[in-house]
Design a protein around this ligand. Structure first.
Ligand code: NAI
Length: 332
């Protein structure tokens, strides 16, 4: 069977890591027809839209997309394509499994946790305005609907994958209404999953605990902004942004993208590590019922990483992005 999948190479290191991952997917034997679309600055220059309608329509039609990172201008310019896409397609859950890859040195070993981040609201609603000169206001939107939905997603994921504990992370001691509503919804969901232990942590203390004793965590559920920050922190526990994959999931649509951004500091140098996007692509293969190919890729990736002869600079090697990809293809 041939799968039709939307491909968004993105910008910065996006096209470099995307090319590498497409090459590995081809070597895995899965038949994919890619529908390629531009987004961000490239699309803005060509069409006047950073998030072209054709791109969104393509994902709606195909239900699955593989996406490279897209640069978001800081403090001005168009609004984030990533946030726009999540809102347009109602990709309400951001799922980031964080675990140690074989052969990758990291601050901790034995990490195996899952971050479930609410993806559609909170301070990411982007509702900001200047009240008077020198005073701006940014609205933190938390709704019962989105909080309950992400809470059920986290518990259902825990149940399906045999996980033991869900921890909700919040700051409801200060934001009593907004974060208070969030944890209230998670508490209510917890009652429907009695076999799963439920606990709560305040975000600042949770960060400290994560960098000291990460092994105590299992599934974490967080509102959007804390989820963004904590998931990069967790990537740092297992070797950095180059080795963690992610999925943005809606009811029947999945957009699979790496945790990292467009890395302008190394863009064009062909030294980026494609592993993070590859891990996202492996999640995508499982999502489209191509589990055996996903396992083959994980085996091949593991063999290359354990051998330690071909690795990219972030992991202490000298290989280029495509040399690394070719090593994985060779194992496949
Ligand atoms: P970043 O993730 O692009 O880079 C942070 C650091 O990690 C840099 O030193 C970079 O060289 C390194 N790095 C990232 N990915 C790597 C890889 N695959 N291999 C080796 N090293 C890697 O974060 P930054 O600099 O904060 O963001 C750059 C741009 O990316 C911004 O415009 C931001 O908005 C955008 N961004 C886009 C995302 C997306 O499309 N989903 C997610 C995060 C950021």
């Amino acid at each position: 069977m041939t799968h039709t999948i939307t491909l968004i190479p993105g910008d910065g290191i996006g096209p470099e890591v995307t090319e590498a991952v497409v090459r590995i997917l081809k070597a895995s034997g899965v038949s994919i027809e890619w529908e390629e679309h531009v987004a961000g600055l490239l699309a803005f220059e060509r069409t006047g839209q950073a998030l072209p309608v054709e791109l969104v329509d393509s994902i709606r039609r195909n239900k699955v997309a593989l996406k490279g990172p897209v640069t978001t201008p800081i403090g001005q310019g168009f609004t984030s394509v990533n946030v726009g896409l999540r809102k347009a397609l109602d990709l309400f859950a951001n799922l980031r499994p964080v675990w140690n890859l074989p052969g990758v040195d990291a601050r901790f070993q034995g990490i195996d946790l899952v971050i479930v981040r609410e993806n559609t609201e909170d301070l990411y609603a982007g509702l900001e305005h200047e009240v008077v000169p020198g005073v701006v206001e940014s609205l933190k939107i938390i709704t019962e609907k989105a909080s309950s939905r992400i809470a059920h997603f986290a518990f259902a994921h825990a149940r399906k994958h045999g996980r033991k504990k869900v921890t909700s992370i919040h700051k409801a001691n200060i934001m009593k209404l907004s974060d208070g509503l969030f944890i209230d919804c998670v508490r209510r969901a917890a009652r429907e999953y009695i076999e799963i232990t439920y606990e709560e942590r305040i975000v600042d203390a949770a960060c400290m605990q994560l960098v000291m004793h990460p092994e105590q965590f299992d599934v974490l559920v967080l509102p959007n902004l804390y989820g963004d920050i904590v998931s990069d922190l967790c990537a740092g526990l297992v070797g950095g942004l180059g080795v963690v994959g992610a999925a943005n999931l809606g009811i029947d649509i999945g957009v699979f993208e790496a945790v990292h951004g467009s890395a302008p500091d190394i863009a064009g140098k062909h030294i980026a590590n494609p592993t993070a996007l590859l891990l996202s692509a492996v999640m995508m293969l499982r999502h489209i019922d191509e589990g055996p190919a996903a396992e083959r890729i994980m085996q091949a990736l593991g063999t290359v990483l354990i051998a330690k002869t071909v690795r990219t600079r972030d992991l202490g090697g000298t290989a280029s992005t495509l040399e690394f990809a070719d090593a994985v293809c060779h194992e496949l």
